[in-house]
Design a protein around this ligand. Structure first.
Ligand SMILES: CC(C)(COP(=O)(O)OP(=O)(O)OC[C@H]1O[C@@H](n2cnc3c(N)ncnc32)[C@H](O)[C@@H]1OP(=O)(O)O)[C@@H](O)C(=O)NCCC(=O)NCCS
Length: 246
C-alpha cells in the first residue's frame, strides 16, 4: 500500500513559467532527499521553463542548491486571529460580489487578472480558484471585474490569496462577502503582502474585520531563470501564493 509522504503542485503560468506550491514533505521524514527529488523531477521534465516559488526561509539552502535565485522580494504576512463580518455594513450599490463556482466565472476575471499580473494565466487560476478547499469571489462594477479574492482553508487558517482590488471598497466588499458565508463563527485570516510597494490601505481594510496582530517575514519569492518583477503599486493588495504573485 502507498503512503502519502509529501505533496507538490506545479501550475503552468503562461507559456514560460511554472509556479510550484503546496510543496510539503511529512515532518518526520524531512532531510532525507525527498524534497530534492520532487524538485529535480519537475525541473527535469520541463527543462526550458522558469520556475517560481515562495521559498520558506528554512528551506532556502535547498532551493539555492537547485539553482533558484532570490528575487529580493520578501513576503510579509498579516494575520487576524478572529475575523468577523462587519456589522452595519452595506455593499456599495454599484458593486456586486458573487462566488466563483465554474470555469466560466474564472474566465470572467481573465482581462482584469491580466492587467494586474501581466501574464495570461487563466488555466492556472482555474485550478487555483476552483480547488475544493477554496472559496473565491469576484467583484463586478459597471459590468466589469474590478477585483477578486480567493480564501483557502489550510489547517485552521484561512489564507487570502490572492486578493486584487481596484480600490479599498472593493477589497472590503470581497472580504465581507466571504466572512458572511463562512462556516465557523470566527476565522483566522492570513494575508500575504509583498514588500515591493507598500499597500498603505490594506492594513486599514483588514482592521475593519478584527485586530491585525502581526506582520512577519516568512518566505522569499524565488525563480530559477529570469526574476520577474510585478508592478505592485498598481494593485491595492495581493499575495502567491501561493500567491500567488503570478
Ligand atoms: C521544504 C521541504 C519540502 C523540503 O523537503 P525535504 O524532503 O526535507 O528536502 P530534502 O531532504 O531534499 O532537503 C533538505 C533541505 O531542506 C531544508 N530543510 C528545511 N526544513 C527542514 C527540516 N525540518 N528538516 C530537514 N531539512 C529541512 C534544509 O535546508 C535541507 O538542506 P540540507 O540538505 O542542505 O541540509 C520540507 O522541509 C517541508 O515540507 N517544509 C515545510 C513546508 C515548506 O516550508 N514548504 C516549502 C514551501 S515552497
Amino acid at each position: 500500500m502507498y503512503q502519502n509522504r509529501g505533496t507538490m503542485t506545479a501550475f503552468p503560468v503562461g507559456d514560460e513559467m511554472i509556479f510550484i506550491s503546496v510543496f510539503i514533505v511529512k515532518e518526520q521524514i524531512r532531510g532525507r532527499g525527498i524534497g530534492t527529488r520532487f524538485l529535480r523531477y519537475i525541473m527535469d521534465i520541463n527543462p526550458e521553463k522558469n520556475f517560481a516559488l515562495e521559498g520558506a526561509v528554512p528551506a532556502i539552502p535547498l532551493y539555492e542548491r537547485m539553482g533558484y535565485k532570490d528575487s529580493g522580494c520578501v513576503l510579509e504576512y498579516l494575520e487576524i486571529p478572529k475575523a468577523y463580518p462587519m456589522k452595519n455594513y452595506t455593499t456599495p450599490s454599484d458593486i456586486r460580489v458573487r462566488r466563483i463556482k465554474v470555469k466560466d466565472d474564472v474566465e470572467a476575471i481573465g482581462d482584469f487578472d491580466k492587467s494586474v499580473s501581466h501574464v495570461d494565466r487563466v488555466e492556472y487560476m482555474t485550478h487555483w480558484l476552483l480547488a475544493s478547499h477554496c472559496q473565491a469571489f469576484v467583484a463586478i462594477q459597471d459590468g466589469a471585474c474590478v477585483g477578486y479574492a480567493c480564501f483557502r482553508h489550510v489547517r485552521n487558517t484561512v489564507k487570502v490569496q490572492p486578493l486584487y482590488a481596484e480600490k479599498a471598497a472593493v477589497a472590503t466588499a470581497l472580504i465581507q462577502c466571504y466572512l458572511l458565508g463562512a462556516q465557523t463563527d470566527a476565522s483566522h485570516l492570513h494575508f500575504s503582502l509583498l514588500n515591493q510597494g507598500k499597500h498603505p490601505h490594506i492594513r486599514d481594510t483588514f482592521q475593519k474585520f478584527g485586530d491585525v496582530i502581526q506582520s512577519e517575514v516568512i518566505a522569499n519569492l524565488m525563480f530559477t531563470k529570469e526574476v520577474i518583477q510585478y508592478p505592485l503599486h498598481k494593485v491595492f493588495g495581493m499575495s502567491n501564493t501561493d500567491t500567488t504573485p503570478i
